[in-house]
Design a binder for this molecule. Structure first.
Ligand code: K7E
Ligand code: CUA
Length: 641
């Protein structure tokens, strides 16, 4: 077993103090399972990666906002609609914050949500299949960053615009920012039975940048807190111009009040357009729906809906402790960290302790809502999570460390260096009512010398700390995919028993399924060809096809007849301008092929599925448009010429 005693080595610097028992703490023997599933966002890869903790084993990459040729996501006809937006088919996004669904404030392992920051969207992943099953576009927003944080029972997940834009969009001079640009805070209703998302309402807010969010819990259930920066409302050189004021705001939204206003009809209906795309596990297909209006609440018409809590300075994360009392502002340009009190906020609201009003939003007096200050804990605080034992852990980007401090006394208890420049951190359940604690993962932006060099680009890195004792202990680091802004983790026992092994063939309602070899066939409809194909170890039916012509559109609808766990078949055909298919047992997927030249083209299975996998192949003959080769198909016989 290897050991490291924290000494400097000639191959790297800053190895950090790794205790001699670190290896045994992360060792998961071959064949054994990890204790936690961890879901790391892929950032600019647009995906989610699933790791086991504490081993750091990569378990799966789930494509969400980006096409993924390995899984045919966004390439096959079934999943393409998931990437539909009002801007057309968008094959990429910048995914920041995975968020597990919760029941009673505790992650429940049903769904994982994640935001797309570029073309504002939210996606839902089903944790029985680990597949993206829904995406919804966020209207009136420019960059969906403060998202998709959940309320206690997943009543709503939220979205907030990072870049304010004209509301509704229109062609105006950028210099008219203050007059024309607005923010939108969006509440997405999540259907409790099946998780389907719909936009319940938006709140029209001043044109600031809405950065992060977290919902209240326990006593503060019913509220959501959003950080803002750029209260200066600048539209250029923001690094200077959006850093003028000593304080920006945390917006506190009373969403139960919003529900009352909605019920009373006190909303305005705005024409808009956004897509909702839903994948059905029954039909194995996604469909798109365009929605053309949205309900908007305007603060000046809805007293009590929203308040601003002044917070120094340009706060990034806003994190609510497990009790729901403390609202931590991570003021990235502030020397100290301000923590607000929910009780004091309620009192200040009752006493109308307002400093001023902005567009109908009362600004509460800073001193009246302040619970305490963590004095000079580090430089550049970004995010905080909790261990459920009265401690908070905050990341400091500039001083590159995680700092542990005590809720209520605000004293710093411990600090641990990160390699290097940490963004988010994650404790299993660390933003919920009942953190599981035990581990902390620091998600670092800069990797430098941590691993073997791989040219100018290095993967980002995650570092695992044991936080079960008084002092944090670094026990592992591992490279990540894309930029893992945020992550969530949940005990494996909650998710594992629900994990699907196959799709039942009998329940397959795909309109082009062939559920036995008897149903395999080829049909021509004008220049559209539909191949109803089946796969089973180790052949396709049909595997010989003739009568296709140049200029035809050939749809291969391939059904995997297997009903065994982990036996997908692949399908690819020479010259297809798309990816392979990778079809799970019981599933049907469709590949579109448009042959451009006469000839005979092979197709084959891409996934090594049996000892005779290399034999799993076939041919399709393509004739000139003016030839009269009859359509025929089959297996087990040599077709006559
Ligand atoms: Cu801090 Cu997008 Cu949550 Cu990155 S964000 S770190
Ligand atoms: Cu089927 Cu390889």
């Amino acid at each position: 077993m290897w050991q490291s005693c924290g000494h400097q080595s000639s191959t790297g610097q800053g190895k950090g103090l790794v205790g001699s028992n670190a290896a045994s703490k992360v060792y998961v023997a071959p064949g054994e399972h990890d204790e936690f599933y961890a879901f790391l966002s892929g950032g600019f890869s647009g995906q989610v990666s699933v790791y086991g903790l504490p081993s750091g084993r990569l378990l799966k990459v789930i494509p969400v906002f980006s096409v993924d040729a390995e899984k045919a996501y966004g390439f096959n006809e079934e999943t393409k609609p998931l990437l539909n937006t009002t801007h057309g088919f968008i094959p990429w996004d910048d995914a920041h914050h995975p968020e597990l669904s919760q029941t009673k404030g505790v992650p429940d392992g049903r769904w994982l949500f994640i935001n797309g920051n570029n073309t504002p969207r939210v996606a839902r992943i089903d944790l029985s299949t680990f597949e993206t099953v829904e995406t919804i576009e966020i209207p009136n927003s420019g960059g969906n960053h403060s998202s998709p944080f959940t309320t206690e029972n997943t009543e709503y997940i939220v979205a907030g615009t990072r870049f304010s834009v004209p509301f509704p969009q229109k062609d105006v001079a950028i210099g008219t920012y203050k007059e024309n640009f607005k923010g939108a805070l969006t509440y997405i209703k999540v259907a409790p039975e099946d998780g389907q998302m719909s936009i319940a309402f938006q709140i029209l807010v001043p044109g600031y940048d809405y950065d992060l969010a977290h919902s209240g819990k326990g006593k503060s259930h019913g509220w959501t807190f959003f950080t803002t920066y750029n209260a200066e409302q600048s539209h250029t050189l923001k690094e200077v111009n959006a850093s003028q004021y000593d304080k920006d705001y945390i917006a506190a939204v009373n969403w139960k009040k919003a529900e009352e206003y909605l019920a009373q009809g006190k909303y305005q209906e705005f024409p808009t357009a956004y897509y909702r795309n839903h994948y059905s596990e029954e039909s194995h297909m996604a469909t798109s729906e365009k929605i053309e209006k949205v309900k908007v609440l305007v603060p000046s018409e809805c007293p009590g809906l929203i308040y601003y809590l002044p917070t120094p300075k340009s706060p990034h994360g806003v994190d609510v402790d497990p009790s729901g009392e403390y609202i931590v502002g991570n003021g990235k340009l502030s020397a100290d960290m301000s923590v607000h009190s929910f009780d004091k906020m309620q009192k200040a609201i009752a006493n109308e302790a307002f400093e001023k009003e902005i567009d109908g939003i009362p600004v509460l007096k800073y001193e009246e809502v302040l619970a305490g200050i963590v004095k000079e804990p580090g430089l550049g605080p970004l995010h905080t999570e909790f261990d459920g034992k009265g401690n908070a852990y905050t990341t400091f980007f500039i001083s590159s460390e995680v700092v542990k401090w005590k809720l209520g006394t605000w004293e710093v208890l411990d600090r641990a260096p990160c390699y290097y420049s940490v963004g988010h951190l994650m404790i299993p359940g660390g933003d919920s009512k009942k953190p599981w604690g035990k581990y902390l993962v620091a998600l670092n932006k800069i990797t430098k010398d941590r691993y073997l060099p791989t040219g100018p680009e290095m993967n980002h890195s995650a570092q695992l700390y044991d936080i079960s004792g008084d002092k944090m202990e670094l026990i592992l680091d591992f490279p990540t995919i894309g930029e893992p802004h945020y992550a969530q983790a949940i005990p494996a026992d909650i998710v594992k028993p629900k994990s699907k092994k196959i799709y039942e063939l009998g329940a397959n309602k795909h309109p082009h399924a062939a559920k036995s070899e008897k149903e395999a066939r080829v049909e021509r409809n004008g220049n559209e060809i539909h191949v109803y194909m089946t796969t089973i170890r180790s052949h396709f039916a049909p595997d010989n096809i003739e009568g296709i012509k140049v200029g035809d559109k050939v749809y291969f609808h391939v059904t995997n007849l297997e009903q065994d766990w982990d036996v997908p078949h692949g399908f690819s055909v020479l010259g297809a301008r798309t990816s392979e298919l990778l079809i799970m047992p019981g599933q049907t997927e469709t590949l579109l092929w448009e042959p451009r030249k006469e000839g005979v083209y092979p197709f084959y299975c891409t996934d090594f599925c049996s000892a005779l996998h290399q034999e799993m192949q076939g041919y399709i003959r393509v004739s000139a448009r003016n030839q009269n080769v009859p359509l025929k198909w089959g297996t087990g016989e040599q077709p006559e010429s």
